[in-house]
Design a protein around this ligand. Sequence first.
Ligand code: ADP
Ligand code: MG
Length: 509
Amino acid sequence: MKLELRGITKRFGSFTANDRIDLVVEPGEIHALLGENGAGKSTLMNVLYGLYDPEEGEILLDGEVQDFDGPGDAMAAGIGMVHQHFMLVPVFTVAENLMLGHEPVKGAGVLDLEAARTRVREISDRFGFDIDPDALVEHLSVGAQQRVEIIKALSQDAQVLVLDEPTAVLTPQETDELMAIMDELRKQGTSIVFISHKLREVRQVSDRITVIRRGKVVGTAEPTASNEELAALMVGRAVDLSVDKEPAKLGDEDFVVDGLTVFAADGSTRIDDLSFSIRGGEVLVVAGVQGNGQTELTEAILGLQERTRGSIRLGGEELLTRSVRRTLDAGVGYVPEDRTKDGLVGEFTIAENLVLDRIDDPQFSRAGGLRLGAISEFADESIESFDIRTPSRETHAGRLSGGNQQKVVLARELGRPLKMFIASQPTRGLDVGSIEFVHQQIIAARDSGIPVLIVSTELDEVVELGDRIMVMYGGRSMGIVPPTASREELGTMMAGIPHPSLDQEGAAA
Ligand code: ADP
Ligand code: MG
């Protein structure tokens, strides 16, 4: 089925999220929709799926203008959508979830359980999904749950399948499996709209690429386009995607984690007897699929986890028993995963946020009073050097975009004397141009001679930044490897298989 979007405009209040967007997807084509966070990709797909009513424009299927009043209409017309967040009921089986998903839409009746099981088996066999209809969804891997979502869509005879950032939650191997499935779907005639901001994937699997920036189509490209060409289209200027760095000048083993165990409030083990060290002048990247203990690790270092055992030492001093305040004061710079919640006070100005934990610092206070001139000056410098896009330093941090909030936190944490720097997902939500800048800042911190710990789920970032890479799975280390490790090696560890050389520490590159 051929899909055409013509001149789609969708506004939220005075904000134009989609500005006269045209998109043509040929039958049996994988068409990538590439764009930065906030470019308007999901909005456009929600228009296609009948969730939003556009101000202007039309949707055509095989040349016929459609009028969707809701997802039911879109499904009935042959459009299927797999959202970024799955919509499955964990305690139900695959087949039961299929029944639920089957709203009685035009053409397709309600399924009974037996019919649902047969349907799952048929589709699974036909496309090589390897899904058991009677498996409980909560027992399935994330990759398998995603395949269940695809089966749901296909069971309603979807001929155009929209996958919104499907690889965000997958290991590299699961991503490869998904790509193989997409390929098979294409062969059997399904058209796919593949949404992503990851250049490598887009180039690997798609037939054509439409790039959108700030709500507008800025170009279409062939998959033979280079990463640099695509990035330049996405961002609107040339960007350097590789991280420039000198070989690490390694100092002492400044940061040592020894037998760290972290329990959750319910008594379950979140980190299980973890030991590693980071030397001064070295970046250790903790890689892994989200939710394998990485968050608990950074929180334990900061003193945000209550039920801990073992030891975490920085320059010989124990951090585990310290308060967060005292850990920060000891010179640990920290960029949390969720900055809007943990990193900033939204009702404070940017200037205030930039000195949030430094109110007692002589640079900013004297004899009990604040040195407002120095605070303003520091704010202006930070805004300038971190390219924080804001009307003024007096703007409330809560009003900034996510990427700019992130830059405020980074500017604050990197703008003071540090003995160690820790950042969780430092570039999540940033545009490609800002990513380049943040990577440079992280390398600068490393080259100042302190240990740097980065948690990242983005494999490209992991290998670009890391001097060594530790992969976590189920609260344990699957091994530490140099950044020359292959994607397959890293992916295998991310799936929970320890590296063969687990006993030896990976050599620093
Ligand atoms: P993408 O999927 O490309 O990351 P989105 O389509 O989700 O981007 O968002 C595009 C822009 O529209 C963003 O600036 C976002 O904040 C805004 N936006 C999305 N949904 C809404 C909404 N329901 N109300 C207001 N603004 C929205
Ligand atoms: Mg989106």
